[in-house]
Design a protein. Sequence first.
Length: 338
Amino acid sequence: MRSNSLQYKEFAPQERRSAATGEAAVQARDDVGPEHQREELLTGLHAVEPSINSKFFYDSAGSELFARICHLPEYYLTRTEAGILSDNSRTIAATLGTVGSVIEPGAGGCEKIRHLLKDLAPGVYVPMDISADYLERAAQQLRAEFEALRVLPLTADFNRELQLPGAALQGRRLLFYPGSTIGNFTPEQAQWFLRRCAKMLGPGSGLLIGVDLHKDSAILNAAYNDAQGVTAAFNRNILHHANRILDADFEPQNFEHLAFYNKPQHRVEMHLVSSVEQTVQYQGGALGFAAGDSIRTEYSCKYSREDFVHLAAVAGWRNLACWTDSQEWFSVQYFEVE
Ligand SMILES: C[S@@+](CC[C@H](N)C(=O)[O-])C[C@H]1O[C@@H](n2cnc3c(N)ncnc32)[C@H](O)[C@@H]1O
């Protein structure tokens, strides 16, 4: 199945200037361009086990819905990780040492870095996300709040070759990767991603990463099936996004949200299950679904601390510290390139 495989491609970044600040914002045009997205979506949808890569959740509406998920009572991940970062910000900064630039893949609303900026005091922050407009707004807000910080947003798909602005390569680099976003990769993909980052950033660079831990299935099932139905709306929104990219006629209300903890595989899975027999037309083709057919939209892999340390070690990262909450539901782990 090719649908979820990571691809690797060189691209020529296009530089544009933020009207507000004149600061360079680099847009990786080929990465997020419509032709590439169309091809990737169709490959996934036509696979034997149809899937849509979870990055397609994040158009502007999807990013807003995710921001709402972060405040839901069932979604323990955001508040637990934010608590770990704010409770330990001084110790974290002392452990990390001097940091020239912070690079954050999947930065979204740039919320979590706020917990560290005072104590860490980097000169440059490169938030990177696929959701361009949402990222630009978040970056502008951060600039206004932290005037001494150079904020250089980068619209890019982190599944592909990353090319950082020159300013991000001056001084010691920290890759900040919170949100359990690493869990959206399979363990093999996560290892591949971390190995590539280690190579890109170089010896001595740091990695501060949020990793969700094993826990009771009931807590996990509740976190991805909230009572208000925000996660269901977030899941279905991926079809609105697919409609725009493919010029298709998915009817999101004809698909049920399904999320469950697959305990043997240590991952939450999200699917959209066709509630009727239906044919979806897109420009240049069609997709048939029987009632009960499903499209996988997300994995969220959970780890033990030890298993994640081992995974990262194979990818070239040495574990130096780990912070958790009192229930050991979530971990923030620190590594350096060997
Ligand atoms: C789980 S959210 C985490 C957001 C934020 N880092 C946090 O901790 O709350 C994942 C973020 O990664 C971004 N994202 C997902 N896949 C991506 C990809 N392939 N390339 C770039 N950004 C991606 C999404 O737009 C979203 O902002």
